[in-house]
Design a protein around this ligand. Structure first.
Ligand SMILES: [Zn+2]
Length: 301
């Protein structure tokens, strides 16, 4: 298993489900804590009774978890509620602000601006741009809220649905690599014209995991794909044998390249990113690609 080497490790045992949880966080965030202060992190995992739970962790400078507070689904734990648990009050750490950089191929046709208010990573991610119609939405547990200005031609209900799906995916990700937000906006911009169906949700998820997902294929998958092409092509979105073929062949025997590496090193010249994501998603659903995602590790004993 490969873990992003820039992250620092926090390990603790969940008081509810007794699992040992290992999470990785950005050390620059952690260096902001002074010697007496704690920093707040939220660990989301399948907890007691296999229910998704969010645990607020108060972590000291030496990465020891000093206290943990479960957040009940659907409730917003306020500062008063938390202090009533009789635990050390964490030092408030200010949100940092990070700009989402625009790749050359980003056209800002439909997506004008974006503001992701991310309480899990204590960061606001911002895409600047021209005026549009404002839409907003938030994630299921309320840790992420997103505002966007979109082209007035875009149906607002649909844009809101996209933002809500995006927020919930961001909430379930521990290792968010900011570079992928530039790719995310590239994908979102043309796709705001469509409804977010199951496939688009899977694609969003793939994009946000593209630096911790490893696509694998084999010669055998490749030859089956060639033989089956005439039967499957009508069910595929992109009308190009060579695009699908390129993606599969570049993943044969792959071990160390992430999805983003495969795209940047081999494919970017020939295939637009949005199409690449669609191709990967379809190939993986048909079983011609396996995508191994590395997110965080849970050790159960
Ligand atoms: Zn737990």
């Amino acid at each position: 298993m490969t873990i992003h080497n820039k992250k620092v490790k926090i390990e603790y045992e969940c008081n509810l489900c007794r699992k040992t949880r290992v999470i990785y966080v950005d050390p620059t965030l952690h260096s902001e804590v002074d010697s007496k202060g704690y920093i707040e992190y939220v660990d989301l995992h399948n907890c007691e009774d296999s229910k998704l739970n969010a645990i607020i962790l108060y972590v000291d400078k030496s990465l020891t978890v000093r206290s943990q507070v479960p957040v009940k689904l659907g409730t917003d734990a306020s500062a008063e509620q938390i202090s009533s648990f009789n635990i050390p009050t964490p030092q408030k750490v200010d949100f940092s602000t990070k700009k989402i950089s625009k790749l050359k191929s980003f056209k800002a046709k439909n997506l004008k601006t974006l503001l992701i208010n991310d309480r899990l990573r204590q960061t606001k991610f911002i895409l600047d741009g021209s005026q549009g119609v404002e839409v907003e939405s938030k994630s299921e547990l309320g840790y992420i809220d997103i505002k966007a200005q979109v082209n007035k031609q875009i149906e607002q209900g649909r844009a809101k649905e996209w933002l809500s799906k995006l927020a919930s995916i961001l909430e379930a990700i521990i290792l968010l690599d900011e570079e992928m937000l530039s790719y995310l906006i590239l994908y979102l911009d043309p796709n705001l014209e469509k409804n977010p169906s199951t496939d688009e949700i899977l694609e969003l998820d793939l994009i946000l995991h593209a630096k911790s997902a490893y696509p694998h294929s084999t010669l055998k998958f490749y030859s089956v794909f060639r033989r089956q092409w005439s039967n499957i092509k009508d069910s595929l979105t992109i009308d190009s044998f060579s695009s699908y073929e390129k993606v599969i062949t570049h993943c044969i025997g792959n071990q160390h390249k992430t999805l983003l590496d495969v795209y940047q090193q081999k494919i970017a010249k020939n295939i637009a990113f949005e199409d690449f994501v669609t191709i990967v998603n379809e190939l993986s659903q048909l079983g011609f690609l396996n995508i191994e995602k590395i997110e965080f590790i849970t050790i159960t004993d």
